[in-house]
Design a protein around this ligand. Structure first.
Ligand SMILES: Cc1ncc(COP(=O)(O)O)c(C=O)c1O
Length: 416
């Protein structure tokens, strides 16, 4: 009989490094032949092992966690906690207790703002963000500012769209208590030198929070080597389910953080006079968690690691190069972001709104994202209302780039 723990590694004989096609398309049942799915930065398609793990969890092994006195629940608790350990090894965290399951990166950042921010920041303290942040790494800090009187500073970008760490160095003061930056920009694909950002933040006594949403699907992440203080990501961008994500934080930070939501599971003892709380990570996981989401995330991590993040990175880098080289040759196309962007290419076609670009590409069975990408301040800095964005995943190949380029040529013909 299968148990919740028999998450078998997926056999993978076809992996090739060096930017060659990974040949894993057959693992993705929701990608029909001839459909170029270039919106992985929004959400990744799901491989069979993830779908199977979810189906098995709901269809064969389902039960609640952490309170069942019966075997099925005990098994499910083991599987849920095994998923937490899997995330810990994936990020090279010191222990599974440093991993808090949340709904996604948005919730993780709100958790840090609400809990750590409220407990440790006061009027006059400063937070440093950058101009390319996703709204989920802007708005929670503004909400904290409105409640506490902290000030927010915004670091500029370099010409080619990276967070300008020289400017960060000049801007940081001892009043800064937190620096919160994206590891990889969801619009430009620009990659942050996290280690340098950590050194700069720590140099003035600030903590560094890294938004790893777009990094974990395409780069090996080692929180110990990066020396950051908080790291957040969403499972659905990592080929896992929606509704599950993670906050990693240094254990001493988690220990000193008050709960941010109250309810079941996060307590030690409740009386009407006084409630005491469980230690981390449980203190931050009020209510019945997304049990099956955690198991799906476990399968997703197994999946990407069975391919290898260095192979994925090389593969996506080759596709980005092919895309940029082809689009550069089209004289009415503007490319945004640095040449070595990680898996993501934003562009504009002169005289054509990105939504029209997206609609015409859709007719050619090419799915891209068009809009502000939840980064309105970045759009303002780029001087555009929106961009078109192609983003890559393990299932894409050179034929998808060809389809994109042909589709853009058609856009140019239609708009003269
Ligand atoms: C860089 C970045 N940060 C944060 C988020 C928010 O992720 P979620 O909506 O899964 O919480 C996204 C999603 O697009 C993102 O790309």
């Amino acid at each position: 009989m299968s148990t919740v723990l028999d998450n078998k590694p997926h056999p993978r004989p076809l992996v090739q490094a060096g930017g060659e096609p990974l040949d894993v398309l057959a693992d993705f049942p929701a990608i029909p032949e001839g459909w170029a799915y270039l919106d992985t930065a929004a959400t990744a398609q799901k491989p069979k092992p993830v779908i199977d793990a979810i189906t098995r969890a709901y269809g064969e092994t389902y039960a609640t966690v952490h309170r069942g006195v019966y075997q099925r629940s005990a098994d499910m608790t083991l599987a849920y906690e095994a998923a937490r350990r899997r995330v810990a090894t994936f990020l090279n965290a010191g222990s599974a207790d440093e991993i808090v399951f949340v709904r996604g990166a948005t919730e993780a950042i709100n958790l840090v703002a609400r809990s750590w921010g409220h407990a440790h920041l006061k009027a006059g303290d400063r937070i440093l963000l950058s101009r390319l942040e996703h709204h989920s790494n802007i708005v929670p800090w503004q909400m904290l500012r409105d409640r506490t009187g902290v000030e927010i500073d915004v670091a500029p970008l370099t010409e080619d769209g990276r967070i300008d760490l020289d400017a960060v160095e000049r801007m940081l003061t001892p009043a800064h208590k937190l620096v919160a930056l994206a590891h990889v920009s969801n619009v430009l694909g620009s990659l942050l030198d996290v280690r340098r950002a950590a050194d700069l933040a720590h140099g003035v006594g600030a903590k560094l929070l890294v938004d790893g949403c777009q990094a974990v699907p395409r780069l090996a992440v080692d929180v110990a080597a990066l020396d950051c203080d908080f790291y957040v990501f969403s499972g659905h961008k990592l080929y896992g389910p929606t509704g599950i994500g993670c906050l990693w934080a240094r254990p001493e930070l988690l220990d000193a953080m008050p709960p941010w939501q109250g309810g079941g599971s996060m307590i030690d003892k409740v009386t009407f006079e006084r409630t005491t709380y469980a230690p981390p990570p449980t203190r931050f996981e009020a209510g019945t968690p997304h049990i099956v989401g955690a198991l799906g995330l476990h399968a997703a991590i197994d999946y990407v690691e069975s391919i290898g993040l260095s192979a994925i990175h090389a593969h996506e880098t080759a596709l980005v190069r092919q895309t940029r080289d082809a689009l550069r040759d089209l004289n009415s196309v503007t490319l945004f972001g640095p040449e070595d962007s990680a898996g993501i290419v934003s562009f504009a076609v002169e005289g054509v709104h990105p939504h029209d670009v997206g609609t015409i590409l859709d007719e050619a069975r090419v799915a891209i994202r068009a809009g502000h990408h939840c980064a309105q301040p970045l759009m303002e800095a780029l001087g555009v209302p929106a961009t078109a964005r192609a983003s890559f995943g393990v299932y894409n190949g050179p034929a998808d780039v060809d389809a994109l380029v042909k589709g853009i040529e058609r856009v140019r013909r239609i708009f003269g």
